[in-house]
Design a protein around this ligand. Structure first.
Ligand SMILES: N[C@@H](CCC(=O)N[C@@H](CS)C(=O)NCC(=O)O)C(=O)O
Length: 376
């Protein structure tokens, strides 16, 4: 086999991250649906659970997880356009947006998918079932969609999307969209002329859910043309950025631009409280766990916590995977030279985001064998 296989779904959040990256590398790619029988016979025995995305390399290796897929290609030396910026300060910023994109935008992604049934449901039903159970009869289709949509509606509540928070989720998303639009009006990608881990994190919610599902798609096209164009750009091999050739070069590089500072400030206000609460909750929880409960691969969610968000009290799932992504940010920041660290602090402190580097969990999270584990 000479090509790369990606098991995923067009409507899957995390598949979008892996797909976008693999396309940008120009690797020969075949996408397969989880309804393909080889997903059951060859993939699930290795991942140990039903989960996408999963990549199968030409050598037959199987890799689950968007970040691990990217790192596998990078470490094999096959990235034609690395997701890791060469500038170490930009690398930390990219890792922050990888965390925020993949984990911090789940509320709007789930809200705009599951709370606008009149616009979305006929599309979602066909889109889900065509990849989960291609060729199924009408009765089976209805059953498959009822089951998968029921699970996802439950997950939405687990991320803090409830009728009490709908208005705040919408206000938060529209604010974010306006800030991202202002930035992408000047720069084709988050950090300038090349896609980075930051873009791959953001494309996860902004592709499958927020640009593709009927209701939020219209919202994005109405309010954020430049974000919509970036989504198109992120799903092609080439840059699809003709409009930038026709406009003058940006006055300041993306990393130093006020529009990026505004996005960092948004993360500080909107997502930092959850990260800080999650680290504190886990530190208390870890201290109470008998050692044998921390051995073995983890469940994705280890409990629920309540934290203040936009004047509300949200109860959400605590997911150690997020700590693993946070560690990547903190490790990259810790490795900076003193002068680079100063440059990073000069970006984070005015935005109110410096505490992201100090919100730490007493025990590290590791990923191996396609799962998260507590470090020994
Ligand atoms: N950390 C994983 C998350 C993957 C994930 O949550 N995938 C979703 C689809 S977008 C899934 O398979 N959910 C099924 C389940 O959790 O049961 C990654 O980045 O690949």
């Amino acid at each position: 086999m000479t090509h790369w296989i990606l098991y995923g779904m067009p409507g899957s959040l995390y598949t979008a991250k892996a797909r976008s990256y693999l396309r940008k590398q120009g690797l020969p790619l075949e996408e397969r649906a989880p309804g393909d029988r080889r997903f059951t016979t060859e993939i699930i025995p290795v991942t140990g659970r039903w989960i996408v995305p999963v990549m199968q390399t030409p050598a037959g290796e199987i890799v689950q997880d968007g970040t691990d897929i990217i790192d596998h290609v990078e470490q094999a030396g096959l990235a034609t356009r690395s997701a890791y910026p060469a500038d170490p300060v930009a690398r930390v910023i990219a890792l922050i947006f990888e965390l925020f994109g993949g984990e911090g935008l789940l509320r709007p992604a789930m809200h705009y998918r599951w709370n606008f049934d009149a616009d979305n449901l006929p599309f979602l039903e066909r889109d889900f079932v065509n990849t989960l159970f291609p060729g199924a009869d009408a009765e089976t289709r209805a059953g498959v969609f009822a089951r998968s949509s029921g699970l996802m509606r439950k997950a939405a509540a687990g991320f803090g999307v409830t009728p009490e928070s709908f208005a705040a989720v919408e206000a938060s998303y529209l604010d974010f969209l306006a800030r991202l639009d202002a930035h992408l009006a000047i720069h084709p990608y988050l950090l300038g002329n090349d896609p980075s881990l930051g873009d791959y994190g953001l494309i996860a919610p902004l592709h499958a859910h927020l640009s593709r599902d009927p209701h939020p798609s219209l919202l994005m096209k109405r309010h954020a043309l430049h974000v919509w164009r970036w989504v198109e750009r992120m799903t092609t091999r080439d840059d699809d950025a003709a409009e930038f050739l026709a406009q003058p070069a940006p006055a300041v590089p993306a990393l130093a631009s006020p529009t990026l500072a505004a996005l960092l400030a948004f993360i500080a206000g909107d997502y930092l409280p959850e990260v800080e609460a999650m680290a504190a909750w886990l530190n208390t929880w870890l201290a109470e766990q008998p050692a044998d409960r921390l051995a073995g691969p983890m469940d994705r969610t280890v409990g629920r916590m309540t934290f203040p968000w936009r004047g509300l009290e949200l109860t959400v799932m605590v997911m150690p995977y997020r700590i693993w992504l946070l560690q990547r940010v903190q490790d990259a920041a810790d490795a900076l030279s003193p002068s680079d660290r100063q440059a990073l602090d000069a970006l984070l402190a005015p935005a109110g985001l410096a505490p992201l580097l100090t919100a730490r969990v007493t025990r590290r999270v590791e990923r191996r064998d396609q799962r998260e584990w507590w470090a020994t």
